[in-house]
Design a protein around this ligand. Structure first.
Ligand code: GL7
Length: 832
């Protein structure tokens, strides 16, 4: 089974590292050496930044040693490998992670102490590598960790963005975006590989030629060529046996590209497009779950896919020459959403135009190589590109896409003769006023497997998004429930809890998370309950200090720490949380003896810069926070905190301190969620809807250990069918009415009445598309139950322990084992 695969390939890695022999003295010596010879400074002059770089360089020495061994081993064994194509990798910081995976964290800590330096301060110097927006990008990062940990040959391919996700500042309550410069002062982990530079053609035209045998040959004359420069980030597995690579492509102008070649017949002026080559990898598009629709975005996608495919083919040919028959045995490419879907026609182009394979052979190779993960059902996130845009940028690819579609539609015709409705629905080309290429359909047609990311999501993919595809290719649509790496999301970020767990059940859990289940035996044990909650208390104190430091707000650490951290999106319903907070505030004002345990509501969220309502919600949270936090009538009972610039490294500080995890999306909208797993793993109790992986979390922890509320997917569908009118609730629920009307006054924005009205409008006259009001009453009830539960210290402690204990399923090792078994068919390769 998948579980066994996961266990076998990761078993007992805890203390079993070659590096354990690396002593404190050696680390100390290495750090000092790098301080001197890499950084040109010394122990007396060095600041924390220099210590961070020197410490990283010392680690990187070990990392590169293992990298060389790994690459040699994979080469000798000619291993089949997975190539994870993703426009986003949200890596966060690497130093602490690499130390933990080498099992050298404590040793390095001690070494630095002897040098008079605090490791925790040093770690804070590292900028987050934020080359992603949210869950999708972080999932890719967790998967890389698991792949290396499980000794699976894998390579991540993506874009070397100069600027990752913007840094968020909050000014007068509103979000401001500032550029992120993660490698401004150099990045100690990345290695440039000029020897593997690739060239990528763009624009231009296609010439049709006729060969001697009557065969039609297509030749693409590009109007522009850009260079892709690879940067490698080593990915250290837990136990530090395998070190894989994340290869990120940076664009540069190609210096020798000779315009004169095309300077005939006036073609150049007509066809050539001038793009500044360097801009391609300049910046990550900051949209999460929305199409950017911009030409540059399509070019980014093609750029990294073309570079990566050439890289893969170069490596394949080194081992197999021109024998293409084994390609799909050696290479599997996982498409992380449709962002890299253009790789499908690109591989076809190479095989048909360059290698000169016949179409069917080429298509056979292609459809045995690609697999596609769908991450969302939101229509605004399903990518479609105008035919005309692809035609202009990739003139040969649009021809290939049409050919793929033509052949695919004859298959559809065979299955459903004469049914033009189905044909129109399944067609890769959408025949709207502006013709569009549907990248989801292209991905399904060009892949041998398609998966959703949680049971419910995969079911909806099958039943709602691609039902005919399921009929056409039974079994092609699968599920792989997401997971998170317990190394980063428990061992490294929550050292106190990790230590406590280690004392109780041993230290094998980071590589076999199901072992946490042994903690269940102690869930009723008062001593263990006290120890567990004491850790939580310490973590809350640390977060309280951070909150004070970042915002100036003091919070009561005996209060319930209630956390909602995720991108700001209407479907995630931060505004449902907010109107409930306002309702509590109102209850307290109207009845000062209203019985509730003190509670601190903590938010972290970035809004896409162009998403106005999302920014309005951030503004509203901050304005309500200002009012409540400064109202002496209630501020000993409620506090509201919005922590600016939510990112991986901030999540690592927040998650260990959470009592409550808010997972309150409208049912059917959150494909999976992964923050839900991280919070529960650290002993937070979920208040959530039956959506995404919440359903599977509820199955694992049991109904007594989670607060489920709201409509189910079926109920949401039913209500939409019937016709949902938020005014019905507004006029029947006095609390809802009072709170929404409150938003229209200037109570929270003195002198600026109406500054929060867009929120009310969205939930009322705007039709409340995410049904906040429909779920309000049920949410409020769940919160009441939660409040009562918290009052019973022992009951709460038991719930928290059981949440940690029951999270075994959600390790990304299990997700990867599922991918290996259901899709990739890889075998681990031990690196000695
Ligand atoms: C997402 C989903 O919204 C999220 O629920 C899921 O956990 C994640 C990883 O599978 O993928 N889909 C998506 O487009 N983004 C996500 O975070 C941006």
């Amino acid at each position: 089974t998948a579980k066994e695969t996961a266990r076998k390939s990761t078993k007992a890695k805890s203390a079993d590292t070659s590096s354990i022999t690396y002593s404190k003295a050696q680390i100390k010596q290495s750090i000092v050496k790098h301080l001197h010879s890499t950084l040109g400074t010394d122990e007396n002059k060095a600041n924390n930044h220099a210590w961070w770089k020197a410490t990283s360089a010392a680690m990187q020495e070990l990392v590169l040693e293992r990298l060389r061994t790994t690459q040699k081993t994979h080469y000798i064994n000619d291993t089949r490998a997975v190539h994870y194509f993703s426009a986003e990798f949200l890596m966060g910081r690497l130093l602490s992670n690499n130390m933990h995976n080498f099992n050298l964290f404590e040793t390095a800590d001690a070494a630095l102490k002897e040098l008079g330096v605090e490791l925790t301060d040093v770690l804070e110097e590292e900028p987050d590598m934020a080359l992603g927006n949210g869950g999708l990008g972080r999932l890719a990062a967790c998967f890389l960790d698991s792949l290396a940990t499980m000794d699976l040959p894998a390579i991540g391919y993506g874009i070397h963005y100069e600027h990752g996700l913007f840094r968020q500042e909050i000014k007068n309550g509103a979000q401001i975006e500032r550029p992120d410069s993660w490698r401004h002062y150099g990045n100690p982990w990345e290695i440039c590989r000029p020897e593997s530079i690739q060239e990528v053609p763009l624009f231009g035209y296609v010439e049709t030629k006729y060969g001697a045998n009557g065969r039609v040959k297509k030749e693409w004359h590009p109007g522009n060529i850009v260079k892709g420069v690879p940067w490698d980030i080593p990915i250290v597995g837990y136990g530090a046996k395998t070190v894989n690579v994340l290869r990120l492509w940076q664009s540069e102008s190609s210096d020798y590209f000779n315009w004169d070649v095309f300077n005939s017949g006036g073609y150049v002026d007509a066809q050539r497009e001038n793009i500044q080559a360097e801009t391609i990898s300049k910046v990550l598009y900051p949209n999460d779950e929305t199409r950017a629709g911009k030409e540059l975005r399509l070019i980014q996608q093609y750029f990294f896919c073309a570079c990566s495919l050439k890289d893969i083919i170069r490596r394949y040919k080194r081992a197999h020459g021109d024998d293409w028959s084994r390609f799909s045995e050696q290479v599997v490419i996982q498409l992380n959403d449709t962002h890299p879907a253009i790789a499908i026609p690109e591989l076809m182009r190479i095989l048909v135009d360059r290698v000169e394979l016949d179409w069917d052979t080429a298509w056979g190779i292609c459809t045995k190589t690609f697999a596609y993960t769908n991450h969302t059902l939101l229509p605004e996130a399903l990518e479609r590109w105008p035919v005309r845009m692809i035609e202009k940028i990739l003139p040969r690819h649009i021809e290939i896409i049409y050919e793929i579609n033509h052949r695919f539609l004859s298959l559809v015709e065979k299955k459903w003769p004469g049914n033009n409705v189905i044909k129109a629905k399944l067609s890769i080309i959408e025949e709207s006023t502006e013709k569009m290429v549907r990248m989801g359909n292209l991905s399904v047609v060009g892949s041998f497997a398609v998966n959703g990311v949680a049971e419910i999501h995969s079911k909806l993919v099958k039943e709602n998004l691609f039902p005919e595809f399921e009929a056409l290719w039974p079994g092609k649509l699968k599920n792989v429930t997401n997971g998170i790496t317990p190394r980063r999301w428990l061992k490294a970020c929550n050292p106190l809890l990790s230590e406590l767990i280690g004392k109780k059940i041993g230290n094998d859990w980071p590589s076999d998370l199901t072992r946490l289940n042994k903690l269940s035996e102690f869930a009723d044990n008062t001593t263990f309950q006290n120890q567990f909650m004491k850790v939580k208390q310490k973590n809350k104190e640390a977060l309280a200090a951070e909150i004070k430091h970042l915002t100036g707000i003091s919070v009561d650490t005996k209060a319930i720490f209630d956390i909602q951290i995720k991108r700001l999106h209407e479907y995630k319903r931060q505004h449902l949380n907010l109107i409930h907070i306002m309702a509590l505030y109102k209850r307290l004002l109207e009845d000062p003896s209203y019985d509730m345990h003190p509670r601190v509501f903590i938010f972290g969220a970035k809004a896409a810069p162009g998403y106005t309502l999302a920014k309005d919600i951030i503004f509203a949270i901050n304005k309500v926070a200002d009012k409540i936090n400064n109202d002496p009538r209630v501020n000993h009972i409620i506090k509201v905190v919005f922590l600016p610039n939510y990112r991986v490294s901030l999540a690592e500080k927040m998650i260990p301190a959470a009592d409550v995890s808010q997972q309150i999306s409208t049912a059917g909208k959150e494909a999976s969620g992964t923050g839900n797993m991280k919070l529960a793993l650290n002993g937070a109790i979920t208040i959530g809807t039956l959506d995404g992986a919440n359903i599977e979390i509820a199955e694992e922890v049991g109904d007594d250990n989670i607060f489920i509320f709201g409509m189910t997917v079926d109920e949401v569908t039913e209500l939409s069918k019937k016709g949902y009118n938020p005014f019905d609730i507004y006029y029947h629920n006095n609390e809802v009415k009072a709170v929404l009307d409150w938003l229209d006054t200037d109570y929270f924005t003195p002198g600026q009445p109406g500054a929060l009205s867009s929120l009310k409008n969205s939930m009322l006259s705007g039709g409340d598309p995410y049904m906040c009001l429909a779920d309000y009453e049920s949410y409020s009830e769940a919160n009441r139950a939660l409040n009562i539960a918290y009052r019973d210290k022992s009951r709460w402690a038991k719930m928290a322990i059981l949440n940690t204990a029951k999270m075994g399923k959600f390790t990304s090792d299990r997700s990867i084992a599922d991918y290996v078994e259901r899709i990739w068919k890889l075998t681990p390769c031990t690196v000695e």
